[in-house]
Design a binder for this molecule. Structure first.
Ligand SMILES: C[S@@+](CC[C@H](N)C(=O)[O-])C[C@H]1O[C@@H](n2cnc3c(N)ncnc32)[C@H](O)[C@@H]1O
Length: 477
């Protein structure tokens, strides 16, 4: 029996290449182990999504997901409600007996769940349990939000117990499965492969959620009017930390095209555009929020502003020499998809310059750490994206060139910002304002109020890192 997952590799498997290994695993687990010949293959395998855990070349555990559109007979057979997107069925979760005491099966289920939710956003999940698997029903109900839907006659499997998880209840399951998948990956040093990239590389773009264009997690709970002063002040502060960093980056020589994506009200880009390092550059700014773009257009007329989404910018391939993205990637549910789009519109050898905070670097009293941690857990974006950005970017053929960080602390004065090497010392209230958006979320409101009451009535030091990464677009020959 194996009791660790060290050395395991997790992969999305295209069926054409991996069919022999998938069948070998199912043969061992379902046919030889459970006498369920019918689970060996499915007509949906060729179009399915298959996630596997490998030890060397051996597939030791696997899980498949099948996507159904409303035209398929299962809708009729299981009396499922109509949908304009996919219903996704998880199927054939199999683990070699030697790995059954490990958390591999839980990892695959959670990773599949969160990846499908994040990338495909199906209308609902369905599951049909047969034979010995019916005893797993309570696990699926309590862990994944499934509800018993009906008992249905199936062509090959006899009576199946059909379970459905409805879209409106999936958010909590998503947050939970994401947390479990991340925790297991972290504990065993496993890397999570992004489903969005796999689908792109395997010409399955039609599987991707159609709704990404409308995603703006950042502004969802906030009003533009309330956010504008805070965002403008923050942009000036963050820019001041980047001036010595920009000096050290090897940017292309002018003439060159510079895009700031998720540019907000444009304050940051207007400051960048005045930096002598970018003399002779042409500047463009894009943000999803129309109000931001309107404000930027009125305020900074020389720059080309455009409303649009980071997931689908509508720029031509190889348009920009430099793309800058600050305080945006943390707010995306699917950063892999956004990065792939940025790769597409960046010229070969172009520079991607990312600036973001990293909640995992927060230091301060436990009562405040707790609210930061809780918020990170419930937030649909990725407040720790800078931890895994190098791995993710590498998958997209971005080569990491530089990493920098600046620690923002509350050890300065309210009226005066103190710059020290790799340190930005702000006043107590100034730094606290950077965390104010957390208060918007009902799930952490109580924690936030307690933390704020403590902060305002005690002398305590808090700090967080602002991290910068520079990547170059490498083009595979
Ligand atoms: C925290 S603000 C950062 C603004 C600016 N980059 C800065 O550092 O001052 C995040 C910005 O990302 C924008 N945003 C969020 N989701 C986006 C998306 N899917 N595509 C483009 N912009 C997006 C928001 O409208 C907001 O202006």
């Amino acid at each position: 029996m194996i009791d660790t997952l060290e050395g395991i590799q997790i992969r999305w498997m295209d069926f054409e290449t991996y069919a022999p290994q998938i069948y070998a695993l199912r043969q061992a687990v379902f046919v030889e182990g459970q006498g369920l010949e019918t689970l060996l293959s499915s007509p949906k395998d060729a179009t399915g999504i298959h996630l596997g855990a490998f030890q060397g070349d051996t597939l030791v555990a696997g899980l498949s997901a099948y996507l159904y559109t409303q035209e398929e007979p299962i809708f009729e057979q299981w009396k499922l409600p109509p949908t304009n997107h996919f219903a996704v069925q998880f199927s054939r979760r199999a683990t070699l007996s030697t790995y059954q005491a490990t958390r591999i099966s839980e990892l695959l289920a959670c990773m599949m769940w969160k990846s499908v939710y994040e990338t495909i956003k199906p209308s609902f999940f369905i599951m049909g349990l047969i034979g010995v698997h019916k005893r797993l029903a309570s696990y699926y109900v309590s862990s994944f939000g499934f509800e018993h839907y009906c008992e249905a006659e199936t062509p090959n499997f006899g009576i199946a117990s059909v379970y459905v998880a409805w879209v409106e209840k999936l958010k909590a399951t998503y947050i939970r499965t994401r947390g479990i998948a991340e925790a297991i990956c972290q504990a065993y040093h496993l890397t999570e492969p992004p489903l969005a990239l796999f689908l792109q590389q395997n010409a399955r773009l039609s599987y991707l959620c159609k709704d990404y264009d409308n995603e703006n997690l950042y502004l969802k709970p906030l009003s533009f009017k309330d956010e504008l002063p805070r965002l403008s002040a923050q942009a000036r502060l963050v820019y001041s930390t980047q001036v010595p960093i920009i000096e050290q980056i090897n940017f292309p020589t002018a003439p060159a095209k510079f895009l700031d994506i998720g540019c907000g009200p444009g304050v940051y880009l207007s400051l960048l555009s005045k930096n002598s390092k970018f003399e002779g550059y042409e500047f463009a700014g894009m943000d999803y929020a129309a109000e931001m773009i309107t404000y930027a257009k009125i305020s900074y007329g020389k720059i080309k502003w455009k409303q649009g989404s980071i997931y689908e910018t509508k720029y031509e391939d190889n348009t920009f020499d430099v793309i800058h993205v600050s305080f945006v990637l943390i707010h995306l549910t699917n950063p892999a998809l956004a990065l792939a789009e940025l790769y597409r519109i960046l010229k070969p050898n172009g520079v991607l310059y990312v600036v973001d905070v990293n909640d995992d670097t927060f230091q301060g009293p436990p009562i405040i750490r707790r609210v930061i941690h809780k918020h990170k857990q419930i937030y649909e974006g990725h407040r720790d994206i800078m931890n895994f950005l190098p791995t993710l970017a590498k998958e997209i053929n971005f080569q990491l060139e530089n990493q920098f960080h600046v620690v923002a602390t509350n050890t300065g004065n309210e009226g005066e910002v103190i710059h020290e090497p790799q340190k930005l010392r702000l006043g107590r209230i100034n730094l606290w304002a950077m965390f104010a958006f957390i208060a918007q979320r009902d799930e952490v409101k109580d924690y936030y109020q307690n933390a704020e009451a403590y902060y305002l009535s005690s002398i305590c030091e808090i700090s967080i890192q602002i991290q910068s990464h520079v990547y170059r677009k490498v083009v595979q020959q």
